[in-house]
Design a binder for this molecule. Structure first.
Ligand code: IMP
Length: 198
């Protein structure tokens, strides 16, 4: 018997090292009656300008390794005034120049529109074709970091549809009402329930 055949139908794994992503996603999957398990795994990231390709390759890799129903997500931040920078390289840019570096690049810039794009790829064990779901959150980059919640770029991202607070000033469920990740996970949950016949 394969590992994936031992997994109850409502259970799915998220391969990631980022527990914040897991905690956000778990709130969504729970609403659909699904159980998300954190599979702590440093999934190799393909160098690519499309987050969907990065997530797909990651999901194939994790499914090959674990033979479980597994999700891998990849998120990019695209800043219009910087022609889409840092895009899929958001992680590297945060580690190097950080939020301060991004704010410095935007000094004196009035048009601060930006969006997050998440791609979430699902593979049902070894040899299965990945299925990809996406979600975007549009908004703008603030003039200074605000808030202590969330992670990554949350202190400088003000989503549209909110009240002017950054994601880092919101509770997890407030962020989930507006976020790129929540949209991708909702799309996945709807699909997965039908896929499993739940
Ligand atoms: P990755 O998907 O883990 O590669 O994320 C790329 C970069 O974007 C990392 O530096 C993350 O911290 C950041 N990031 C991913 N998702 C979010 C989010 O929901 N809010 C703020 N930053 C994020």
């Amino acid at each position: 018997m394969r590992p994936k055949d031992l997994v109850p139908p409502k259970v799915v794994y998220l391969a990631s090292t980022n527990v914040h992503k897991y905690l956000e996603a778990r709130e969504i999957t729970a609403r659909y009656g699904l159980s998300l398990t954190f599979l702590r795994e440093d999934v190799p990231e393909l160098q690519h300008d499309d987050v969907a390709e990065i997530a797909k390759e990651g999901a194939i890799w994790a499914a090959e390794k674990w033979d479980l129903p597994v999700l891998v997500e990849d998120t990019g931040l695209f800043i219009e005034a910087l022609k889409g920078f840092p895009g899929p390289y958001a992680s590297y840019v945060l580690k190097t120049v950080g939020l301060k570096g991004i704010l410095r690049l935007l000094e004196g810039v009035e048009g601060r529109r930006a969006y997050f794009r998440t791609a979430l790829a699902f593979c049902d064990g070894k040899g299965s074709e990945p299925v990809v779901f996406t979600g975007e959150a549009h908004g703008h980059i603030s003039h200074e970091p605000r808030g202590t919640g969330g992670f990554g770029y949350d202190p400088i991202f003000v989503p549209e549809g909110g009240d002017g607070r950054t994601f880092a000033e919101m509770t997890r469920s407030e962020k989930n009402a507006l976020s790129h990740r929540a949209k991708a996970f909702r799309a996945f949950c709807e699909w997965f329930r039908a896929y499993r016949g739940l």
